[in-house]
Design a protein around this ligand. Structure first.
Ligand SMILES: [Zn+2]
Ligand SMILES: [Zn+2]
Length: 286
């Protein structure tokens, strides 16, 4: 079985994105922000690698069988002093680019609170972040975004570590088996066209059924549809029940290796199209 040696989730994205951003039509301040953000993630991934997971396989199987995502922050061996440095760097970056990012111009970076297992778990459980947000003059949603980008490079390592230990057939849920977050991208497999969802947070991919909304579990066919581009390479899955959308790429229509992490970012025109049609990304809905 393939086992990656190191966590190169983000460094692979950066390489593709630098080439893509090199085209004049794509250079902008927003892309500079994105590249700096990805570089912070790549540095952490390089430093922390793929961690050893001390959870017994029976417990992994038990949680997966019962539909419970695997991550509990108190069980993970995260160096919180590193996480705190990342948290501060992320906050400074968002403040620096607050001219192109909404909601961070008043962010008081010097008052950024300490991040620990308890706050990270609260964020993962979509708990109330009002007091943490208030201290630094941003909204709870923006605080959740800062924590998301702080924890992501740690969680991508755990996703790679857990990947080999999860029985794909026994999950089949709309949220991530590793961290419980909603998917933000998906792909149709080359061989048999099976649908795999990709986590918006930890980059885990998992098998799901087609014609089924991962966000609200809707299976009523008349309320589910998809749009495709001219080449049939991309799909935009739409659900009229929850008004959620999911982007997908059909790997049967591609040649060679496709960088899925990069595809998720550079298909921003699909996001725009979906929003114009009145749909929202699932990670906002759920
Ligand atoms: Zn995840
Ligand atoms: Zn739905």
């Amino acid at each position: 079985m393939y086992k990656p040696e190191e966590n190169d989730t983000t460094s692979k994205i950066i390489k593709g994105m630098e080439e893509w951003a090199g085209e004049p039509a794509h250079s902008s301040r927003f892309i500079s922000f994105y590249l700096e953000l990805l570089q912070i993630h790549a540095n952490v991934e390089q430093k922390t690698g793929i961690p050893a997971v001390g959870i017994p396989q029976e417990l992994v199987n038990h949680r997966i069988f019962n539909g419970q995502p695997l991550i509990r922050f108190e069980e993970l061996d995260i160096d919180w002093s590193v996480a705190n440095d990342v948290f501060k760097n992320i906050a400074q970056l968002f403040k620096q680019y607050s001219d192109v990012l909404q909601g961070y111009s008043n962010l008081e970076t010097e008052n950024i609170p300490e991040i620990n297992a308890e706050i990270a778990q609260k964020w993962l459980d979509r708990g109330n972040l009002d007091s943490e947000a208030e201290k630094v003059c941003i909204s709870p949603t923006e605080m959740a975004t800062l924590i998301h980008h702080t924890m992501r490079p740690f969680l991508t390592g755990y996703a790679l570590a857990f990947k080999q230990r999860i029985n794909q057939q026994s999950w089949r849920k709309g949220n991530c088996p590793v961290c419980g977050s909603a998917p933000s991208f998906s792909y149709l497999e080359k061989e048999n066209g099976a649908l795999y969802l990709i986590c918006s947070c930890c980059n885990m991919d998992w098998l799901f059924q087609r014609l089924h909304c991962p966000f609200c579990n809707n299976t009523d066919q008349p309320t589910l549809s998809y749009h495709t581009d001219e080449k049939g390479l991309y799909r935009l899955y739409l659900c009229d029940k929850c008004k959620g959308y999911l982007k997908a790429v059909d790997l049967k229509k591609t040649e060679g290796e496709l960088n899925l992490g990069l595809e998720a970012i550079i298909t921003a025109d699909l996001d725009l199209q979906a929003r114009e049609l009145g749909y929202l990304p699932g990670e906002i809905l759920s």
